[in-house]
Each structure stands twice: as structure tokens, then as C-alpha cells.
Design a protein around this ligand. Structure first.
Ligand SMILES: Nc1ncnc2c1ncn2[C@@H]1O[C@H](COP(=O)(O)OP(=O)(O)OP(=O)(O)O)[C@@H](O)[C@H]1O
Length: 513
């Protein structure tokens, strides 16, 4: 077993390790952390500039960012370090004095910047468009939406990748020793290597390896933990699993609680003050594509209007004109007699709420925070008051027990009910529903539709784009059939479903019923 003893003496010489330990900590660890931290901070600054250039409209900003990234990502780190450290040694000496340490930091930063730029760019671009739409529908300005939701979400998403980059810098810092560091500037690897030469033993290098692991492994696990925590909230994975039965019982419990509290859900006593909409000669185009071609429609206060029609007929676009998520080309829309085109979009959206097909909840906020956000940020309400209102709204949609859950911990049906509570938080006069059950599993649809039927019966003015013909027949006061950007027929559900006059509507119903 000589070889085993040799191995032990070469790598596990405790005396050699103990001897180097103090300078490993006071010199090596300190310098490694300085190199890694400084180059990560500078790399983040370079990366942010590159990311902004990279997503810019201008080719003349995108191109240099692309070339920079290709070069510094493509070259081996040691080549960049030697080119910067030795190629610019004279200028470096003039600026920083004899130490190559600052040039080492610059080289590491230039390399890190190329990676971090790509990380930021993909982070910002990965935030779904629906997030900004939801912000605007909640009457936030573009700036507020970016600041409160999109940028924090983008940065949160790339947090693990940024920490990986820091870990990369911790390891790459060992390459700076090629530049010939002063004794006081040696990083972990160099301290270990010097001692290995002195003692003729590899144990100091093994200790150096252990130091790298002590820095990097806990960091990786810590970030994974933080990332999961931010994404799922305190409840963690799986806590939101809910079947259709759970959803229905949640709603029944909520309706029972409200009856006890004197708010009668499902009764025909008006609770909301619904607004009236009058739409005249409304036209809208995406570039050359004319999507709405002179729409006239009246929606009476406190009524439910269901908009049906084939895919691409302009239903969603009509809805989006009503809160000006898209701007009409021609025509007029009056809300309680006031032209919405003359209002500030943010003021309009306080009065006209919207619920989306894909919920568009803010994933880094709990259900309660999703509902509170517009109250605290737009209405500037004190947090306590906003929390109270948000709790009541969540209770009304059967989610009182889930206010601390993040969207990822809720079922689709529950998420959609949070979105409804969020749209109701601002006390709108009209709520727009854009195919809100289309993305739900079949067993979760009923809970959401029941909730909408309840709202309708309580005096809320609702415009509902839907493929749920059963719902339209049962709940709607008025059904509107659209095709090719025009309203072909509008009337009471019985008229539309039992006596369709136009051939186009007859064909459509024959296909969907
Ligand atoms: N942002 C956009 N840019 C360009 N074209 C668009 C945009 N949004 C929608 N369109 C086009 O406008 C037309 C009408 O779309 P819209 O979403 O209003 O129809 P829809 O009746 O709601 O259809 P669906 O039921 O499929 O959602 C379609 O041809 C669609 O491709």
C-alpha cells in the first residue's frame, strides 16, 4: 500500500496545510474575493450598457454590442488577460503604478461584461408582453410598469445566472497570476502554488481547491433557494394543487360567508354602479390590416354583453379599444356620456378594468399583493387600508385562504379568480373579460364562469369575449356576433341562438354548438 501512503503524503499533509492556512485566508481569500467582486460589479455595469444597446432599435448600437460580445465571449479568458495585462502594461503602469492587479480586474470585467450583457438582455426580453399590458390595464404608466414589474422580474429571473457569473469570476481570478502579481496581491491559487513549490508537496493546492468550493458551493445553493422562494412564496411547490371540486367548494364557502356578512352573492340586488358604453363607427387597424370596420354598439349599465365570433374577427381588438390598450383609428366611445378618447388613458383604466386570457398576474407578488398593487401605487392608499380591501376582494372570489400564495402555487382557475379580484380592486364601472376561460383546464372553467355570472347579477357592466356559448346563453343580457371586423347581429341570447337571421351566424353556430 505504498502508493496510498504516497498519495496521502502528497495531498493530505496536514502540517503543510496548517502552515499555509493563515496566508491563504489573509492574502489569498481576500484577493480572490476582491478580484471576483470588483470584476462582477464592473461587468454588471458593462453588461447593462451592452444589454440596452443590444435591444435598441438602432442598428448602430446593436452592431458594436454584438461585435464586443462575440470577441470577448469567443476568446479564451487567459488570452484576454494576457492581451490586456501585458499589451497595456505601459499605460497600466502610468495610471495604476507597478501593480498589474487593476489591469487583471479590467480584463476579468471585460470578459464578464460580455456574458452579463447577454444575461440581462435575455432577462428583460423574457418578461412576457402580458405583464406590461396588465400594468397598463391597472392604470400604471409605462415607466411605473417597467420600474415596479418588468425590470425587477427580469433581474430576478437572471439572478442565478448572475451568481454563476460571479462564481466564474472567482475561478477565472486564478488566471490573473500569469501577470506576475506582487506577494501581497496573490489570490488563492497563487498562494497554494507558491507553498506547494516551497514544500514540494501538493497539499496546499488541495487546500486552495477546497477554498474555491467553500466559496462557490454554498453560494449556488443559497441562490437556488432564494430563487425558488421568490417564485413560489412561502407555501412552496404543489401547495396550490386544486381540482375543480376544490374550486367549486371554495366559491360556495365564499358565497356562504358573504351571505352571513349581509352581502348577498347571486342575488339580483345591485352592488356595483355599472357604467354605460356607447360605441359609434369604431375603426381600428394594425398597420395595413383593418381589424374593426365601423362598429356601433350600446352596452347598458349593469348588463352583461357577450361578444362571440370566429377567430380573427376583431373581438379582442374591440375590447382593447374600450380601455385604450390599442388606439382606434376612427369613431367614438362614450363612457357614461364622456368621450374616452378625450380622457387620459390612466384615468380611463381606473374606471374600466380588464381580465386577460392568460391571467397576467405578477409572478413575484403574492395573490394579496397582486390585488393591492394598484391601490397602493395608483390610488396611493395607505398599506393597511389597501390590504383590508384586497383581503375582502380575495374573500369574495373564494381565495381568502390563499392570499399569501404566489401565482405559481395556484391552479389556473384560482389565478384567474385572483385576476378578477385585482380588476375589481379599483372599483371599476366596467370590466372587460378577454376569453378568460380559454386557457383553463375544463374542470376549472365552471368556478370562473360562476363567479362572472355572480358579478353580472350584482350590477357590474361586463363586456365578455367568449367561446362559452352556454355561458352566453344563460348569463348575457345581450349577445353580439362579429365577423371580419363588423357586428353582424346583436340581440338577446334567445334571438341570437334560437333565431339567427344571417347566414354567417347560422354557419358559425352550426360549427360551435
Ligand atoms: N398586435 C397585433 N399586431 C398585428 N395584428 C394583430 C395584432 N393583434 C391582432 N392582430 C390581428 O388582428 C386580427 C383580429 O384579431 P383579434 O385578436 O381582435 O381577433 P379575435 O376575434 O379576438 O380572435 P381570437 O378569437 O383568435 O382571439 C387578426 O387577424 C389578428 O391576427
Amino acid at each position: 500500500m505504498d502508493w496510498l501512503e504516497n498519495l496521502r503524503r502528497s495531498f493530505l499533509d496536514w502540517d503543510a496545510m496548517a502552515e499555509v492556512l493563515p496566508s491563504m485566508i489573509s492574502v489569498g481569500l481576500k484577493n480572490t474575493l476582491i478580484l471576483a467582486a470588483a470584476s462582477t460589479v464592473l461587468g454588471v455595469i458593462i453588461g447593462m450598457v451592452l444589454a440596452v444597446m443590444g435591444i435598441s432599435q438602432s442598428r448602430w448600437l446593436r452592431l458594436p454590442a454584438r461585435i464586443y460580445t462575440d470577441i470577448f465571449r469567443g476568446l479564451p479568458a487567459i488570452v484576454t488577460i494576457l492581451i490586456i495585462g501585458q499589451g497595456f502594461a505601459r499605460i497600466g503602469r502610468e495610471i495604476f503604478g507597478p501593480s498589474p492587479f487593476p489591469l487583471g480586474i479590467i480584463a476579468l470585467s471585460l470578459i464578464a461584461g460580455a456574458y452579463i450583457g447577454e444575461i440581462f438582455r435575455s432577462g428583460i426580453q423574457s418578461v412576457e408582453r402580458g405583464q406590461m399590458e396588465a400594468c397598463r390595464a391597472l392604470s400604471m404608466s409605462y415607466g411605473q410598469g417597467m420600474r415596479l414589474i418588468v425590470i425587477p422580474q427580469g433581474v430576478r429571473r437572471v439572478l442565478p445566472a448572475l451568481v454563476n457569473q460571479f462564481i466564474g469570476n472567482v475561478k477565472d481570478s486564478s488566471l490573473v497570476y500569469f501577470l506576475g502579481l506582487l506577494a501581497s496581491e496573490r489570490e488563492i491559487f497563487r498562494v497554494g502554488q507558491d507553498q506547494a513549490v516551497v514544500t514540494g508537496n501538493l497539499s496546499p493546492l488541495l487546500l486552495a481547491g477546497a477554498f474555491y468550493l467553500v466559496i462557490t458551493v454554498p453560494l449556488t445553493h443559497f441562490v437556488n433557494y432564494i430563487d425558488a422562494r421568490l417564485r413560489l412564496g412561502r407555501q412552496g411547490r404543489g401547495s396550490g394543487a386544486a381540482s375543480g371540486l376544490v374550486e367549486v367548494s371554495e366559491l360556495q364557502a365564499a358565497s356562504g360567508a358573504q351571505t352571513e356578512a349581509g352581502v348577498v352573492i347571486g342575488s339580483h340586488r345591485p352592488r356595483f354602479k355599472g357604467g354605460a358604453l356607447k360605441i359609434r363607427d369604431l375603426s381600428m387597424a394594425y398597420g395595413e390590416l383593418e381589424v374593426l370596420k365601423g362598429v356601433d354598439l350600446d352596452i347598458a349599465p349593469g348588463t352583461v354583453t357577450c361578444i362571440i365570433g370566429p377567430s380573427g374577427s376583431g373581438k379582442s381588438t374591440l375590447l382593447r379599444c374600450l380601455n385604450r390598450l390599442v388606439e382606434p383609428k376612427r369613431g367614438e366611445i362614450l363612457l357614461d356620456g364622456e368621450s374616452i378618447l378625450a380622457m387620459k388613458p390612466e384615468s380611463l383604466r381606473r374606471r374600466v378594468g380588464m381580465v386577460f386570457q392568460h391571467f397576467n398576474l405578477f409572478p413575484d407578488h403574492t395573490a394579496l399583493e397582486n390585488v393591492m398593487l394598484s391601490l397602493t401605487k395608483i390610488k396611493k392608499m395607505p398599506k393597511r387600508e389597501a390590504r383590508q380591501i384586497a383581503k375582502t376582494r380575495l374573500g369574495e372570489v373564494g381565495l381568502a385562504g390563499r392570499s399569501d400564495h404566489r401565482p405559481a402555487g395556484l391552479s389556473g382557475g384560482q389565478q384567474q379568480r385572483v385576476a378578477i379580484a385585482r380588476a375589481l380592486a379599483m372599483n371599476p364601472e366596467v370590466v372587460l373579460f378577454d376569453e378568460v376561460t380559454s386557457a383553463l383546464d375544463p374542470e376549472l372553467v365552471k368556478g370562473v364562469l360562476d363567479l362572472m355570472a355572480n358579478l353580472g347579477s350584482q350590477g357590474m357592466t361586463m363586456a365578455v369575449v367568449t367561446h362559452e356559448m352556454g355561458f352566453a346563453r344563460k348569463v348575457a343580457d345581450q349577445v353580439v356576433f362579429m365577423d371580419e371586423g363588423r357586428i353582424i347581429e346583436a340581440g338577446k341570447p334567445q334571438e341570437i341562438f334560437d333565431n339567427p337571421r344571417s347566414e354567417r351566424l347560422q354557419r358559425f353556430l352550426a360549427e360551435v354548438l
